[in-house]
Ligand binder design. Structure first.
Ligand SMILES: [Zn+2]
Length: 304
């Protein structure tokens, strides 16, 4: 199954020519998921060749402008392009009201159904289907804010063709075996599932953590995540300012990655005070070597 992340915006509050506001596209199989939608996100979707009519879920972390002001424009474009497929938007209280108001004052009724799911502090799994599940975890920020955790569901075991053929096991039994069941031969011999199957591919996961400080409680909840995106707005010499503003330093992002034993770390949401991400990356790598700095347009395949 395809599982990849495309960074659409790697900057923080102020956009620059190189770094747009926060937005990312997560592709899981045939699902195209948008995470945050800063101003200009629809331009970035075009620029990086994402088939954005395929987006069926949008997750908004919080209502600071650099994380959602592109939403009204994108929803209008969907309408103008004649979209009819429904869209689900997960976001904080108030997002539905703000969005509907914009359509109301434009005297426009979107030509496709939009369902809003309001995030709360006590309901972590907010979505699941046969293949994926999504959790939203509240994180401390100046206003309510959530981290998102996307996980593949456990997969079925793989049939060992040679083994099942050698015992003449009928195809009708495969499904039960793939689900972990043993098989009993006509003479009563029990064949253990491990004799008949291989382990399934491991589950993969992605966590999006932005606009918050160092958070050990969250690290427990996403422990073992394969790919972690964590904001790193400042260098460590600005820890005090980062803490005051409920943001993180590059070192804190790396310490967080280490604490949750992440496979790989991508840092982003860089302050415009830094000309490039070199020092931020260097600082993070001193603690967590498998770190990369987000760039607009960067695509990362999520692997175990
Ligand atoms: Zn914010």
């Amino acid at each position: 199954m395809l599982f990849s992340l495309t960074i659409l915006g790697s900057g923080s509050a102020l956009p620059t020519a190189e770094r747009n506001h926060t937005a990312q596209v997560l592709q899981m199989d045939d699902r195209v998921i948008l995470i945050d939608c800063g101003e200009g996100t629809q331009h970035q979707l075009r620029r990086f060749g994402i088939k954005f009519q395929k987006i069926n879920h949008i997750y908004i972390s919080h209502l600071h402008g650099d994380h959602y002001l592109g939403l009204a424009g994108l929803l209008s474009t969907f309408h103008l392009q004649g979209r009819t497929r429904s869209l689900t938007i997960f976001g904080p209280k108030g997002l539905e009201e703000i969005t509907r108001l914009q359509f109301d004052y434009a005297e426009t009724k979107p030509g496709y159904p939009i369902e809003f799911v309001t995030l709360t502090d006590d309901k972590y799994p907010i979505y699941e289907d046969k293949v994926i599940s999504v959790e939203a975890h509240p994180v401390p920020h100046r206003i309510p804010c959530w981290a998102f955790y996307f996980k593949e569901k456990p997969k079925k075991r793989n049939i060992n063709k040679e083994a099942v053929d050698s015992y003449n096991i009928p195809i009708s039994a495969y499904d039960r075996i793939k689900n972990g069941g043993d098989f009993v031969l006509p003479d009563g011999t029990v064949l253990k599932n491990t004799e008949l199957t291989y382990n399934p591919p491991p589950r993969r996961s992605y966590a999006f953590v932005t606009d918050t400080g160092f958070n050990p409680v969250l690290a427990e909840k996403i422990h073992g995540v394969n790919l972690l995106y964590h904001e790193a707005t400042f260098l460590h010499d600005m820890t005090e300012s980062a803490t005051d503003k409920f943001h993180s330093t590059a070192r804190q992002a790396a310490e967080f990655a280490e604490l949750c034993e992440a496979g790989q770390l991508v840092i982003g949401h860089f302050s415009t005070r830094y000309k490039n991400a070199d020092l931020l990356l260097q600082e993070a790598r001193e603690v967590f070597p498998n770190t990369f700095a987000a760039e607009d347009g960067m695509e990362i395949l999520i692997a175990v």
